[in-house]
Every structure is written in C-alpha cells, then in structure tokens.
Design a protein around this ligand. Structure first.
Ligand SMILES: N[C@@H](CCC(=O)N[C@@H](CS)C(=O)NCC(=O)O)C(=O)O
Length: 237
C-alpha cells in the first residue's frame, strides 16, 4: 500500500495520476497547505522541504522496510521503475522522457507557480514580476507546442510520466488559450480523456478551498499568507 500525502494541487495530482495509471493500491493522507499541515513537525519529519506531495511505500521492490519519498519528479520515476510502465526502455526514448520530465520540474512547475503567485496571490502588485512570469509561461507553452507539433506525446510516440507531470499544469491554460496552442490542446484533450487521469485529477477534490485559483479565488487571509509566503513559512524549524 502506498500513502500519498497531498491535496488538490498540481504536484499531488501528477502522483495520483501515476498511481491510477499504474494500478497501484494507494490511499490519500490529506494535506491542507492553506491550514499549514505542511509545517507540522510530523510532516516536516517526512519532508524537510515542507511541500507536498510525499509518498510512503510499504513495499519497496527487493528491499525490506518502507520508502518515504518527496519531490514529485523523483516519485514519478520511482513508481515507473517499480512497475516497469510509462518510462520507455530504449535508451534514446528513456533519455528524452527524462528530459521532458526535468523540463516540467525545473521550468514549467516553478515558472507557472511564480506566475500564479505574482498575478493572483501577492498582496502588492509588482508589474515587472507579473510581466516576467506571464512572459515565461507563454514562452514555455511555445516550447511545448513545438514539441507536440512533431510528436504525439512529450517523450515520443508513447504516453509517459513526462505527460503525467505536465498535464495538471497546462490544463487551466488550455481552457483560456486553446486557439493559441492547437497542438497542446490536442494533446491535453487526449491525455485528459484517459480515465486514470480523470481519477487522478480528482485527488482531494473534496478538500478544494475557495481561496485557490481553481476554487474561485476568494483571496487569502493574512494567516494563510503567513503560512504560505510569510512568517510561518520562513520561521526556523
Ligand atoms: N518541486 C516540488 C514542489 C512541491 C510544491 O511546491 N508543493 C506545493 C503544493 S503544489 C506545496 O506543498 N506548497 C506548500 C508550501 O509552499 O508551504 C515537487 O514537485 O514536489
């Protein structure tokens, strides 16, 4: 049994999609990041970086004892290697899959996150930062569009963990910008039609908060700002 510590956020959804695609038995341990669950000592003991997702796998192939793992990209690679699925075996395709997974982890995730931060969550308006991250989002979407114009999926002909990692991030962009990025929209529709993706995207949906973009963006309280971006986030632990 695998426990996924997370909530209705893009990084936890990647992992829930993979668990569903790979048909692994799993359960959710809800982490509400707006209430500060990620700062609790018992969670920091699992992930000293105080972010979700984290998994705990009780059945590590060929080894005694559980594995606790954080960083969604590392989790996707572990699950793919554990099950032998969604990661190409041939060296060239495998390397290209790693490339697009790293691109999601190092560029799409952080830049889309900063875009949301400065456009929606920051209390003060910083025009330079808003433009900087909005431009980066557009540039990264163009990179994905170019790749998907030459290939059905990010790593090539096969659907892989690179697609699972990227889909939860680009979905909202496709709702508003489909005409600008037709290949990305085509890919997004194909990935989004997979039943396992639909089930994975539901992870923690009953814990969705109205303060989040997807929840309707009612605005963060001072306490929530402190947890995510202020004194409570940066207090020494
Ligand atoms: N690089 C990390 C990023 C994890 C991350 O930023 N998680 C967010 C939710 S999507 C979080 O836990 N935020 C809580 C906080 O920053 O305190 C990963 O891919 O796992």
């Amino acid at each position: 049994m695998i426990t996924l510590y997370g909530g209705p956020t893009p990084n936890a959804r990647k992992v829930a999609i993979a668990l569903e695609e790979m048909q692994l038995p799993w359960r959710l341990h809800p982490i509400d990041i707006l209430s500060g669950d990620q700062l609790a000592p018992e969670f920091v003991a699992l992930n000293p970086n105080n972010k979700s997702p984290v998994i705990r796998d009780e059945e590590v192939p060929g080894q005694e004892g559980p594995l606790v793992l954080w960083e969604s990209g590392a989790i996707l690679l572990y699950l793919a290697e554990k099950t032998g699925g969604f990661l190409p075996a041939a060296p060239r395709e495998r390397a290209v899959c790693h490339q697009w997974l790293m691109f999601q982890m190092s560029a799409v995730g952080p830049m889309f996150g900063q875009n949301a931060h400065f456009s929606f969550y920051a209390k003060d308006r910083h025009d330079y930062a808003i433009a900087r991250y909005a431009n980066e989002v557009t540039r990264l979407l163009r990179v994905l569009e170019g790749r998907l114009a030459e290939s059905p999926y990010l790593a090539g002909d096969a659907y892989t963990i690179a697609d699972m990692a990227t889909y939860p991030y680009t979905l909202r962009q496709m709702e508003a910008r489909a005409a600008e990025f037709p290949q990305l929209k085509r890919w997004s529709d194909v990935v989004g039609a997979r039943p396992a993706v639909q089930r994975g995207m539901e992870v923690g949906r009953d814990h969705l908060r109205k303060e989040t973009i997807e929840g309707g963006l009612s605005g963060l309280s001072d306490e929530q700002r402190s947890i995510l971006f202020g004194d409570r986030q940066y207090a020494p632990r």
